[in-house]
Design a protein around this ligand. Structure first.
Ligand SMILES: Cc1ncc(COP(=O)(O)O)c(C=O)c1O
Length: 411
């Protein structure tokens, strides 16, 4: 019989730059990491590393109050939801976190999913838009939501509102130049607010204005902004756009130090999505300790000095990088250092890791609309400070980077 299985050894060899898992002893601004060991038991490094590559932006994963909230929920509600929220997995802690999220997002209601990925895929597929206008750098979960929804997806250049406008206009113009109203199609404009690959922030005000002008809905993924702006909201709150953004999506898994995702919006949106979104209906509810931890973290994001400490660290690190001569773009807590040479970027990350600074993998954000442009794209090394770094940590990061750059031979 012919072998109809999967030649995984061959496929793995083709993967080239394989993603490998390096476990840490804990999730915090510093920790001990192990070399990737495949299936073997990992051995932790003897030296502690500083983490400048986590989405745990407010450093709340090891905050006593957040941990106590998780512990208490585990003890009083249970360690797992036990079933879909539609069966027996809907608990008071879910309702509590949803009430707080609705309040922080200035919306009627919120709905918590077991992950941010599920929130995006579930919401887009439930809405079943006819046409989606999507930023080319949108997160994979938004892309997958569109694929699964089977909608027509029109991609616009990254954060380019002129390109978005021209694509909206193109859609309403008939081939003979006659302007129509787009028929009875439903349109959704879909964008991240903060793009993790390059730290850029979407021009949400203009995007919302375009949506209003063309009658489209807007859905914004605030995964990298949730909890970091005014009153624990995201960019939508910072810019006062709650009334123009129809679906605010965010995560409990980054600044809120937990696990899970959510959407916030009108009562009708939530009622509809909770009934129709398959990743909500057919998946076990968010674990109660995760919901309770996120509630406490959201409270701290709103009412403690954690946000202030994060933004101070961001500004110190950005100033230091610029003083060292690096070009740092973006306007968020994710500080991208752009390098012309891809190999240099990889060498720099290797050097940083070997000398105790853990950063995310190198990325090559798109710089133009075509694949050819992307092949020449510059490479980005990202540094992501946390609220719990102290001044010495920021200095250590800068000094290590300085030494690493010299060893790599950067100008
Ligand atoms: C922009 C964005 N959206 C959604 C997600 C998915 O969130 P989660 O990790 O909670 O599934 C991520 C996660 O990494 C993300 O970066």
């Amino acid at each position: 019989m012919e072998d109809r299985g999967f030649d995984l050894e061959d496929r793995l060899a083709d993967l080239g730059e394989k993603r490998r898992l390096s476990p840490a002893d804990r999730v915090a601004e510093r920790g001990y990491f192990a070399e990737p060991t495949g299936g073997e038991l990992p051995v932790l490094e003897s030296a502690e590393a500083l983490v400048f590559g986590s989405n745990n932006y407010l450093g709340l994963t090891d905050d006593q109050r957040v941990q106590d909230a998780a512990r208490q929920a585990a003890a009083t509600v249970g360690t797992g939801a036990g079933a879909s929220r539609h069966v027996t997995g809907d608990t008071m802690v879910h309702r509590d976190v949803e009430r707080l999220l609705a309040e922080a997002n200035g919306c009627e209601r919120a709905l918590a999913f077991p992950s941010g990925y599920a929130a995006n895929v579930g919401t887009i597929t439930a809405l079943e838009p006819d046409v989606v206008f999507a930023d080319e750098s949108n997160h994979a979960s938004l892309v997958d939501g569109c694929r699964l929804a089977g909608c027509e997806t029109i991609v616009y250049d990254h954060c380019d509102v002129d390109d978005l406008r021209s694509k909206l206009v193109e859609r309403v113009e008939q081939p003979d130049g006659v302007v129509t109203d787009g028929g009875d199609e439903s349109w959704l404009i879909l964008t991240d607010s903060v793009f993790a690959a390059d730290g850029s922030v979407a021009p949400l005000e203009t995007i919302s204005d375009l949506a209003t002008e063309f009658g489209a809905w807007v859905m914004v993924d605030e995964a990298h902004a949730t909890g970091l702006y005014v009153d624990g909201g995201g960019i939508v709150q910072a810019e006062g756009l709650e009334d123009q953004v129809h679906v605010q999506m965010g995560v409990l898994s980054a600044a809120l130090a937990s696990q899970g995702g959510y959407i916030a919006g009108s009562d009708a949106l939530i009622e509809y999505v909770l009934a129709r979104a398959r990743p909500f209906v057919h998946s076990t509810g968010l674990a109660p300790p995760a919901a309770a931890a996120a509630s406490e973290a959201l409270h701290l994001a709103r009412h403690s000095d954690a946000r202030e400490r994060l933004w101070e660290n961001v500004s110190h690190l950005r100033d230091g990088l610029e003083t060292m001569g690096f070009s740092v773009s973006g306007e968020s807590q994710i500080l991208p250092v752009t390098l012309a040479d891809h190999e240099d970027a990889h060498a720099l990350v290797r050097e940083l890791t070997e000398h105790g600074i853990v950063v995310p993998p190198v990325v090559r954000p798109p710089t133009g609309p075509t694949t050819a442009d992307r092949a020449d794209a510059q490479s980005v090394v990202r540094l992501v400070p946390m609220a719990t770094h102290d001044r010495d940590d920021i200095v250590a990061c800068l000094e290590t980077l300085q030494d690493a750059s010299e060893r790599v031979g950067l100008p």
